[in-house]
Write a protein that binds this ligand. Structure first.
Ligand code: DGJ
Length: 738
């Protein structure tokens, strides 16, 4: 039987400008059938209400045709008495009525009832958002699901607002932002990013088998161990072809993403607050708003999944979206001086940095309080007058006179027990009374969930930024939580610390940015321990790793770009041998590795010779001609450095298609084998491109100008041999030959 398609279509304001879905169908509601569709040019996300009143997933994948009429949504048949609610792939399942898969929401009521069955109640469209309200079948618990699709990338933003209208307290013990469902298949492969300090963003993959795989942080912050990103493919994903579903959670506290294959081989991905040690009491009338879980689909492999995310982050997530300013070339003194900073030494470094074209000079740890090492001073955000007798301004003035802006390191959420702040307020740290306070790097975590602590941190930073001309803060965070107690809070509310801490952190950053509109911030957590879409919406760049070895960085950067845009990926050129692994590499190799992201220099310039300055000045100047392409262009990972590969090649194509930049690295050549031929991607086949080498040599007889078709089909041969060699090539589009 066919059903006529009678639907309500909501025209989104942005559709007219985006080359997107056909105008007017980004949000489509078939009221009679109670089916909701979110559309972009190439993706459809659809769900609907079944005959039991449950909200159920219908389709997430390639774009459906406008002429398609989705069938009525039917709850799945139970085949046996053992199949209860679990059989239906619900959009946001409450734990109740026999749900054996991961719930999105689990609550407990004061009378001991813990059963929650969420049914569809109503919907409305507010601006670009579709809001669908669910309600428990008998108690007035409402869940408002928010949906918004980006018409350009097809990335869907989902979140949930849990409201208590029961007139009595209720406790949320588990709350996800969303559950995403993929159809039954037995060949799914899950990709994720894992690591530890100094070894972040390794790309892992594993087959999805019945049961759960849990990606999580219980650390109070995002963490190095797993990053809140996933991708799923049928079989092992190809880099540039095949269906890939991918997603990222925008939360900088403890989080969990559960990838579960149910007993019908459907995959459900549920992500939000980590339920471990979690509890959030909702008083009558109160609400809990979850973080946002973003996810997308592409038929173009892991490479296209990354490019869609990069574009989405540049256009919608970063504080300067939709047109983030390209990152300035930065100098940071940390590896050169450690804590031994003072005005004369920093001025000397600044003069040298200016000579090679640096645009931002950053003083790292050691400028404040009694901070001569990591044992004291954290929390006391006043300038150390022994090191800077007249405060920071004289240094800042000199930095400005040299043509650079000024940045400063802070670690505002931490305190050393040996500090004036801790002596005044020992109760301000996370702690369980009467229990040891476990220190890491001699520091404790301030309980930012407390309003007085939040206000102290805000005022200390606000004052610093008001009194000094500071363009940039490197915001560090060098340990994870232990003993996460909040003794001043009512016992039943103490575990709110997991939410309130992070919300207050966001509040501080947001307010600082409002009060100091030119301020830019870098998120650093002993390297890449706090990189996620939540912090990214308030920071302009991130520090992917303390590991600055240029070879190790190739893999870290490769993993990083699966989830995050190179526009935020800070990469410093530091000294050789590297402090992490004592590996020696040439200055040119170090530069080329760092030029794949947002270029910084962290070497001890006082040890450089004239040749080093010349090389650096040349490469910084070259970088400035390609940085917009590298940071904001379309990235193609042509050869991966993973898995012990000898080679690594990336290519970035500028948004306007006028420039392509290629970096090629050789770990170690053997037995006279040539470097693999490189075929480019993303060029205009009929366009003409002139080739220029920033570094490295081409095989003899290579063309200097050719069509996009030639560079993509025939490709180029590099002369790279030996250990730790690298090349960088630029392809500029020229007017076509007559
Ligand atoms: C850890 C950071 O990742 C480093 O770059 C440096 O800022 C130190 N902290 C300073 O203590």
């Amino acid at each position: 039987m066919t059903r006529a398609r009678v639907c309500v279509i909501f025209v989104l304001a942005s559709i007219a400008t985006a080359q997107a879905a056909s105008p007017g169908d980004a949000v489509r509601v078939e009221e009679a059938a109670r089916v909701f569709e979110l559309n972009s040019q190439s993706v459809t996300y659809a769900f609907g209400v079944n005959e039991r009143g449950e909200l159920q997933s219908v389709h997430w994948g390639g774009r459906l045709a406008n002429s398609d009429v989705l069938p009525l949504v039917k709850a799945e048949k139970r085949h046996a008495s053992f199949d209860l609610s679990t059989t239906t792939p619900q959009e946001y399942p409450g734990w109740g009525a026999g749900l054996f898969v991961e719930p999105a929401l689990k609550v407990s009521f004061p009378d001991g009832n813990r059963d929650l069955v969420l049914h569809y109640d109503s919907y409305r469209v507010e601006g670009k958002r579709l809001l669908v309200q669910l309600k428990d079948l008998s108690r007035d618990v409402r869940v408002q699901l928010g949906y918004e699709v980006d018409p350009e990338t097809g990335i869907v933003a989902r979140s949930a607002r849990i409201e208590n209208h029961t007139g009595k307290d209720l406790v949320v013990v588990q709350a996800a932002a969303a559950t995403w469902t993929l159809p039954a298949a037995t060949d799914y492969v899950l990709y994720s990013l894992s690591g530890r300090w100094g070894a972040e963003t390794n790309l892992d993959h594993r087959p999805v088998v019945p049961g759960q795989t849990v990606l999580e942080s219980r650390r109070g912050s995002t963490g190095h161990q797993n990053n809140p990103w996933f991708a799923l493919s049928h079989g092992e994903a190809a880099e540039e072809a095949g269906p890939v579903w991918f997603g990222e959670l925008a939360w900088s506290g403890s989080w969990r993403i559960t990838v579960e294959q149910d007993d019908k081989h459907r995959v459900r991905i549920t992500g939000g607050y980590n339920p471990f040690d979690f509890s959030y009491r909702l008083a009558p009338g109160a609400a809990l708003e979850t973080p946002v879980f973003y996810a997308g689909y592409t038929a173009g492999g892991l490479g296209e999944a990354s490019r869609l995310m990069h574009r989405f982050q540049l256009a919608h997530i970063l504080p300067q979206a939709p047109q983030p300013r390209p990152r300035p070339v930065l100098y940071n003194s940390w590896e050169a001086t450690q804590f031994n900073v003072n005005e004369a030494g920093q001025v000397r470094l600044a003069q040298m940095a200016a000579k090679i074209g640096v645009e931002r000079f950053v003083v790292d740890d050691g400028w404040f309080g009694a901070r001569d090492n990591d044992k004291a001073g954290l929390g006391d955000w006043t300038v150390n007058r022994r090191k800077f007798p007249n405060g920071l301004q004289p240094l800042i003035d000199k930095v400005h006179a040299l043509g650079m802006d000024f940045g400063l390191w802070v670690e505002p959420e931490m305190v050393n027990p040996d500090s004036d702040l801790y002596r005044r307020h020992p109760d301000w740290v996370l702690n369980f009374p009467g229990r040891p306070r476990t220190e890491a790097r001699n520091q404790l975590v301030l309980n930012l969930a407390r309003q007085d602590v939040r206000d102290y941190v805000f005022h200390a930073l606000d004052q610093l930024l008001t009194q000094n001309d500071i363009a940039f803060l490197k915001w560090d965070y060098n340990r994870n939580w232990s003993e996460p107690g909040w003794p001043e809070q009512k016992i039943q509310d103490q575990q709110k610390v997991y939410v309130d801490y992070v919300e207050n952190l966001y509040w501080i950053m947001r307010r600082l940015r409002e009060r100091h509109p030119k301020l830019e911030i870098e998120s650093c957590s002993g390297g890449g321990g706090r990189v996620d879409l939540g912090i990214m919406s308030l920071t302009d760049e991130v520090w992917p790793s303390d590991n600055t070895d240029p070879f190790d960085r190739l893999s870290i950067q490769d993993g990083f770009t699966h989830a995050y845009t190179p526009a935020v990926m800070m990469a410093w050129v530091t000294d050789s041998p590297n402090w992490v692994n004592h590996r020696s590499t040439s200055l040119e190799y170090r530069f080329l590795s760092s030029m794949q992201g947002s270029l910084g220099i962290g070497a001890d310039l006082t040890r450089w010779n004239a040749q080093d300055f010349e090389t650096a000045a040349r490469l910084v100047a070259e970088y400035k001609t390609i940085r917009t392409t590298v940071q904001q262009g379309r990235l193609f990972r042509l050869l991966s450095p993973r898995g012990g590969s000898q080679y690594s090649v990336t290519e970035s194509v500028s948004a306007d298609g006028q420039q392509a930049v290629l970096f090629a690295f050789l770990h170690s050549s053997s037995m006279l084998y040539p470097y693999p031929r490189i075929q480019l991607r993303g060029l205009e086949p009929e366009g003409r491109y002139r080739l220029r080498a920033i570094a490295g040599k081409l095989e003899e007889g290579s063309l200097e100008e050719a069509s996009g078709a030639y560079w993509m089909s025939r490709g180029i041969d590099l002369q790279l041999a030996g250990d730790f060699q690298a090349a960088a090539l630029v392809f500029e589009r020229v007017a076509s030959a007559k």
